[in-house]
Design a protein around this ligand. Structure first.
Ligand code: BTX
Length: 325
């Protein structure tokens, strides 16, 4: 951690009390001028301070950015987010992640863009990623599981993201719509896209793309999705601290990933069921080949959806889109 980040951490930890420049200089073993220069840089990055005479600096504002420095302030993980590649504008964080994973990027590496010009969902559908107001990130995960087991990982991610959102924002409760969406009041606030690099029986890397509408206003959505999309801010009625949310998602995801690798999806299944709005509902399923409906009757220990048709036949659904009727 750099001197500048250490200064920031200490001022943040002081929780509104003034931190003296002299004390910072002494304890960090640098000159008073060096501290002052770092404070200038922090201000250029968007942090604001009040300087109280004879007492020191008080933090009065943090930038609304997802820079590694910002996220690190809240991060409590061992691996996830310990290496962050941060960009202003990218085509898609998935594309960058694929390349970095091939080059050997470590487990838990995160790629974040403030904006995506070619953000994508499943089957090359476009994902709207306007500048600065959402969370557009991909996490490179290298779990010790087979490609077949990995197919349920998206559900693990959905649980981690839901837990992080509800922990920070008590008034909103996203529900998981199988397999990869989080809805609030029936509207989509989050989409998850899990892609894989694998060799025969071995997963090399999972590229876990998470798109969260955090601070958008209604007018920020294009007419294509205005009816179906929402943001956390619109639902919670308050500004979302994106950096804190990213850090908590990474924390939950690291924990759940360990559990999932050791004990399989079955260990997270009950939690998934509690957080889901899918089970028990009448749904319409669209797969590449066909369309049918019935009651979403359950989920297997492998994360496969079970649907009971009106004629009593139970079908298992490995992939597809569902509509809650
Ligand atoms: P999906 O295929 O389930 O959903 C895509 C559909 O969602 C689109 O066809 C559109 O109707 C709708 N949609 C598009 N943008 C938004 C939005 N901002 N909010 C709500 N609904 C929207 C979902 O795929 C998976 C999305 C993953 C996105 C992340 S962002 C970081 C990473 N990089 C990247 O390119 N994709 C992932």
């Amino acid at each position: 951690i750099s001197i500048k980040d250490e200064i920031l951490k200490r001022i943040l930890a002081a929780n509104g009390e003034a931190v003296s420049g002299q004390e910072l200089a002494d304890s960090l073993g640098v000159s008073r001028t060096a501290v002052w220069k770092h404070m200038q840089t922090l201000q250029e990055e968007g942090y604001t301070f009040e300087t109280i005479k004879k007492k020191g600096y008080v933090l009065t504002g943090v930038p609304n950015s997802l820079s590694p420095t910002q996220i690190d302030l809240f991060l409590k993980t061992e691996h996830f987010g310990r290496k962050i590649h941060y960009f202003d504008v990218v085509d898609s964080t998935q594309t960058i992640a694929h390349k970095l994973a091939q080059e050997g990027a470590p487990h838990g590496t995160v790629i974040i863009g403030e904006e995506q010009t070619a953000g994508r969902g499943r089957m090359a559908r476009p994902w709207e990623s306007v500048h600065g107001s959402g969370i557009w990130m991909t996490i490179i995960v290298r779990p010790d599981v087979t490609p077949q087991q990995a197919s349920s990982y998206t559900l693990v991610v959905a649980v981690a993201v839901t837990m992080a959102i509800t922990t920070l924002y008590k008034d909103i409760e996203p529900a998981i719509k199988w397999p990869n969406d989080l809805l609030i009041n029936g509207k989509k606030c989050t989409g998850i896209l899990t892609e894989m690099q694998a060799e025969a029986d071995l997963v090399q890397a999972l590229l876990v793309g998470i798109g969260i509408n955090a601070n958008q206003e209604a007018a920020d959505f294009s007419s294509n999705i205005a009816e179906i999309a929402t943001s956390l801010r619109l639902e919670a009625g308050e500004e979302i601290n994106r950096a804190a949310l990213v850090a908590l998602i990474l924390q939950y995801l690291e924990q759940f990933t360990e559990l999932y690798v050791e004990e399989g999806f079955a260990s997270i299944k009950t939690l998934w069921e509690q957080l889901s709005c899918t089970i028990g509902q009448r749904i319409e399923v669209t797969t590449i080949r066909e369309r049918f409906e019935g009651i979403a009757s359950g989920i297997t220990d492998d994360g496969v959806l079970q649907l009971t048709q009106d004629d009593g036949l139970v079908r298992t659904i490995y992939a597809g889109d569902i509509k809650i009727l």
